[in-house]
Design a protein around this ligand. Structure first.
Ligand code: NAD
Length: 240
């Protein structure tokens, strides 16, 4: 990792007052949660169905038991803690430099680290609801249930408040994320392959000249960035 890139990143952060961080699954791999597309990510592991199909609206409707088996085995990682990347971003917000975190993650680790303005584009595994009566349940309730979790009040199936493939994003969350990115004086994008749309397209709303990409592997946006650092995001932030 070149020293001059780290130095440039640090000076841009020091000069900024409304940084937005846009991240994905790679932000949480250093907390022990696998991403989808790395070599040891979930796509490289063998299941009866590809993960993209399992975490889809249609699959949950047709094969809820299989969905929940995958959910408990691979999506929820009990005891996962925020890592250096989550903690650094929470600190930037406290110091008045960062205005929002926009995340594709569903693990709640930014809030656990202390971040307050977090736009969860794909929802959260910590929130769940009954599809019949709407009653809300926390992550532990669903994780501890056997097989398919059912609502004790009405018997309906409980599902996570996450955006599955085949479902639309929440309009208010998108509007908040777009506004934060439009007004950002620096946009740091990290730990995302930038291939999941419409989420990845949100970075096109950035109007400034400090677009930084921090990712282990290259992304389709590398050529558009003002600074590209290939490395582990927790390690990069630890060096600032
Ligand atoms: P992805 O799996 O497509 O890509 C992750 C990217 O992060 C890869 O390009 C990889 O090279 C990089 N990466 C991995 N570890 C890294 C690290 N320590 N530092 C820097 N880069 C690192 O993830 P995505 O783009 O977020 O899209 C996957 C979708 O799956 C998202 O929509 C997300 O909702 C969901 N997902 C979420 C979680 C989670 O909540 N933690 C985990 C898996 C998948």
């Amino acid at each position: 990792m070149e020293e001059d890139k780290i130095a440039r990143l640090k000076s841009w952060i020091d000069e900024s007052r409304s940084i937005v961080f846009f991240g994905g699954a790679g932000v949480s791999t250093e907390s022990g949660i696998p991403d989808f597309r790395s070599a040891d990510g979930l796509y490289a592991q063998k299941y009866a169905y590809p993960p993209e199909e399992i975490v889809s609206h249609d699959f949950l409707r047709r094969y809820p038991a299989e969905f929940y088996r995958f959910y408990r085995d691979k999506l929820i990682v009990k005891g996962a803690k925020p890592n250096a990347a989550h903690l650094y971003l929470a600190r930037l917000e406290r110091e008045g430099r960062l205005s929002a975190v926009v995340t594709q993650n569903i693990d709640g680790l930014h809030q656990a680290a202390g971040s307050r303005t977090v736009y969860e584009l794909h929802g959260s595994l910590l929130r769940n609801y009954c599809v019949k009566c709407g009653e809300r349940y926390d992550g532990d309730y669903v994780q501890d249930a056997e097989d398919i979790p059912y609502c004790p009040k009405c018997g309906g199936m409980i599902r996570p408040d996450v955006v599955l493939y085949g479902e639309g994003l929440d309009g208010n969350v998108i509007a908040g994320a777009v506004s934060a990115i439009r007004h950002a004086d620096m946009l740091i994008v990290g730990g995302t392959s930038l291939v999941v749309y419409p989420a990845a397209g949100l970075i096109n709303y950035y109007r400034g000249h400090r677009l930084v990409l921090i990712n282990l592997s290259s992304t389709p946006y590398d050529s558009e960035a003002d600074l590209v650092i290939h490395g582990k995001i927790g390690e990069v932030f630890s060096r600032l």
